[in-house]
Design a protein around this ligand. Structure first.
Ligand SMILES: [Zn+2]
Length: 386
């Protein structure tokens, strides 16, 4: 088994998954297709990459050899990692990837295709993948990742063809350990961010390492105090949405520009004579398609960011509710204890619960494609009044 330094050390609070994967890497219960599932932030893709390293390593994932290091670093020739949000994952690209995944591994171990966010594949792409998973080449392993929050999003058929590995939500204590050991935080800070991240490892590390993320969290947690009238509600709604847009805007700017440039180069500039105008029309369509997909990706990033803020806000009222009852549960926002106690002093349990409901409703409405601005304004007025 792997001791300290092994590739599975990357996983936080997942001892059962570690056991299953390191056994499989040594041949026990190994199969061609795996589905890594679990709540957001539980480390699905981290687990898949660690498993890929363990499969390529002569020692079950030592974490130190050339194979381990190149897999973890993303440069191993026999491991391909794709993220559908990289935009290029239509059915044709999936077919190409599957063809490549069918090649004999150069290392003599496995040829591995990791598909993150497999729930975001188009239907045609998912079907192409399913075919490959059903008849896998002898030395090929497919490692798919998808959130468990919405099981309907990965087809039942794909699920039934894979060995499903369920990751649990890592406990705050395990996340705090990681922040101390990896990011050098002191214990108090580590515990604060681990609690505030509510089981999301990436979020905890972001809070630990990104001052802007801490400022945004702080601003969100000031909202309850600021809702003193209808005007304040609308202001708070606009600011919350603008903060989410600002956070999301930076996420893909460079990548989008690079994609556009790559496409322009691939399409060639201009051309004359027969067929040139037909080619131009084709180019325009390809560019339009790229822009459409980039816009979808930006929208999703904004929604993810806004949802993060709403989760933080709901936890504020949850902490107030717990404080009001004198419940002995650890707070999600320990640094806000005074403010949540004050809120508990002013608001009844019923009205705190109604506020939590209002936030959940807002999240659902946005998920159902209600314009965020409309949904957030409605929520803010409820947070002020109910
Ligand atoms: Zn190794």
């Amino acid at each position: 088994m792997n001791g300290a330094g092994g590739v599975f050390d990357e996983l936080v609070g997942q001892s059962e998954a570690q056991r299953v994967l390191s056994e499989a890497a040594r041949g026990l219960g190994m199969t061609h297709a795996w589905l890594f599932t679990g709540p957001p932030g539980s480390g699905r893709s981290t687990a898949a990459v660690a498993f890929a390293a363990a499969l390529q390593c002569d020692d079950g994932g030592c974490g130190e050899c050339h194979s381990c290091r190149t897999v973890l670093g993303g440069t191993h020739p026999d491991v391909t990692r794709v993220i559908p949000e990289g935009l290029s994952l239509g059915v044709d690209q999936v077919r190409t990837l599957i063809l490549e995944a069918g090649r004999a591994p150069t290392s003599g171990h496995w040829q591995i295709l990791i598909v993150e966010d497999a729930d975001r594949l188009t239907e045609a792409a998912a079907n192409a993948l399913l075919k490959a998973v059903e008849e896998p080449p002898a030395r090929t392993a497919f490692l798919l990742c998808a959130p468990s929050t919405n099981p309907a999003e990965v087809s039942v058929t794909i699920r039934s063809r894979c060995r499903v590995l369920v990751l649990r939500q890592p406990p705050p204590g395990a996340i705090a350990e990681l922040l101390v050991a990896r990011d050098g935080l002191d214990r108090r800070e580590a515990e604060l961010y681990a609690a505030a991240a509510q089981g999301h490892v990436g979020r905890a590390r972001r809070l630990a390492t990104d001052a802007d993320a801490r400022v945004r969290r702080h601003d969100v947690l000031q909202i309850p105090r600021r809702l003193t009238g209808l005007g304040a509600c609308f202001t708070a709604a606009v600011e919350l949405i603008e903060a989410a847009e600002a956070e999301a805007a930076g996420t893909y700017t460079e990548r989008s520009a690079a994609e556009k440039e790559a496409l322009e180069t691939a399409l060639g500039k201009g051309g004359t004579g027969k067929g040139a105008s037909k080619a131009a029309r084709g180019s325009a369509a390809a560019m339009k398609e790229l822009e459409k997909r980039q816009k979808t990706r930006d929208t999703r990033a904004q929604r993810d960011s806004l949802d993060r803020a709403l989760v933080d806000l709901a936890a504020f009222y949850r902490d107030a509710l717990a404080a009001g009852f004198g419940a002995r549960v650890p707070p999600i926002h320990p640094d806000m204890a005074e403010t949540t106690r004050a809120a508990a002093g002013k608001l009844s349990a019923e009205s705190l619960l109604r506020r939590i409901d209002a936030i959940l409703e807002c999240r659902k409405a946005i998920e159902a494609n209600v314009r965020p601005r409309i949904a957030v304004e409605a929520m803010m007025t409820k947070l002020w009044q109910v």
